[in-house]
Write a protein that binds this ligand. Structure first.
Ligand code: MRU
Length: 352
């Protein structure tokens, strides 16, 4: 099974740049973009050239490093700190839902505070080291999620997934897809059903591409077919990723995930969420408090460039929804499996 190409990589020293796969072009074109300014990174996150909660966090951390490059070589600490705040504040405005973005920016700022004695030049290097550590840790978390999750998968299982929680969405093998890769590597034959994931088709464009690249059998379905696929007993498990998980285990993920969770419950199929600890937001008691990104109407009325609704049609386009904890059989993290999904179990696993 081949590994898929790295979602992103840093080139060079603190004066280097960030290379990322432009995910808006897949699967038709494989092209990498070079982000040399913080504006490039902001645009890449906003336009979903890089997307998926953990990947957004990693990209934002590197975005700080390119953002700091505009400082004069003789900048003092005040100027450095001013720019650091400016850059982190700017990147935090790119997308609102995935908590990994804010987690990564907070971690970079905390390291800067803890090393306040460093000169701006040394600090820039220290923060690059931290951004690299975030990327490496993310890769390790993906691998651990894969290992834990694979224990839940029997040979011959049909698995439904929604959106893309694969390698493209992380620095490693993904979260939901890491489990599928690990189960396959263990020799368990699985078959994945990928929801196409309207409106931006991350399932059709990215999940099928990744699974095909790695030789995992996959069948693409429209989102509205999930119930029929369950009724026909083609799937025995559902696994998705998450963008933010509240303290009670309510899990926010790509729009349509809630419907899939309800359908799974109705058919007695376990609904699993796979996510690293960096996706938990224990400051929020429940999923009701998670900010849900709303995106442009054109994503629905002219998806992929083709007009599919009359001009000026009123549109509501929330990009995420929340699957309540009671619908989730287990949350698979790098630290282990949370089940049953209760506030107590979430806190004891994540705060450990
Ligand atoms: O809008 P996107 O493509 O960034 O949404 C991504 C998802 O909803 C993923 O399922 C989630 O971020 C988990 S990625 C491991």
């Amino acid at each position: 099974m081949t590994e898929h190409p790295r979602t992103m990589r840093w080139n060079g020293n603190p004066d280097g740049w960030l290379t990322m796969i432009d995910q808006t072009l897949l699967p038709v074109q494989f092209k990498e973009i070079e982000c040399k300014t913080v504006e490039d990174v902001w645009e890449a996150i906003k336009m979903l050239r890089v997307r998926g909660a953990p990947a957004i966090g990693c990209a934002a951390a590197y975005g700080v490093i390119v953002g700091l490059q505009t400082l004069e070589s003789n900048a003092d600490r005040d100027a450095f700190n001013y720019r650091l705040n400016e850059v982190t504040g700017y990147l935090a405005e790119s997308r609102p839902t995935a908590v990994n973005l804010f987690w990564a920016l907070d971690r970079i700022k905390r390291v800067a505070q803890e090393n306040a004695e460093l000169s701006p030049v040394k600090m820039h290097q220290r923060l690059l080291d931290e951004a690299k550590a975030i990327e490496i840790e993310d890769r390790e978390m993906c691998a651990a999620i894969g290992r834990h999750g694979a224990t839940l998968i029997d040979p011959g299982t049909g698995i439904l997934t929604h959106c893309n929680a694969g390698g493209l969405a992380t620095a490693g093998d993904g979260t939901a897809l890491a489990i599928m890769f690990a189960a396959s590597a263990d020799g368990k034959e699985i078959h994945v059903y990928a929801d196409e994931t309207r409106p931006l088709l991350q399932g059709a464009r990215l999940t099928t591409w990744e699974l095909q690249q790695r030789g995992v059998p996959v069948t693409l379905i429209c989102d509205s077919m999930a119930g029929q696929v369950m009724k026909e007993k083609r799937v025995q498990a559902v696994i998705t990723g998450a963008d933010r998980i509240a303290a009670n285990g309510d899990a926010c993920n790509k729009i349509g995930t809630y419907s899939v969770a309800v359908l799974a419950k109705a058919h007695g199929i376990p609904f699993y969420v796979a996510a690293p600890s960096t996706t938990f937001d224990l400051s929020l008691e429940s999923g009701d408090l998670i900010p849900i990104e709303e995106r442009l109407p054109e994503e629905i009325t002219a998806g992929m460039g083709k007009q599919t609704a009359p001009e000026n049609t009123e549109v509501y386009n929330p990009a995420f929804d929340v699957a309540p904890a009671e619908l989730i059989e287990a949350i698979i993290t790098e630290k282990g499996i949370i089940s049953p999904v209760t506030t107590e179990n979430v806190r004891s696993m994540i705060e450990e």
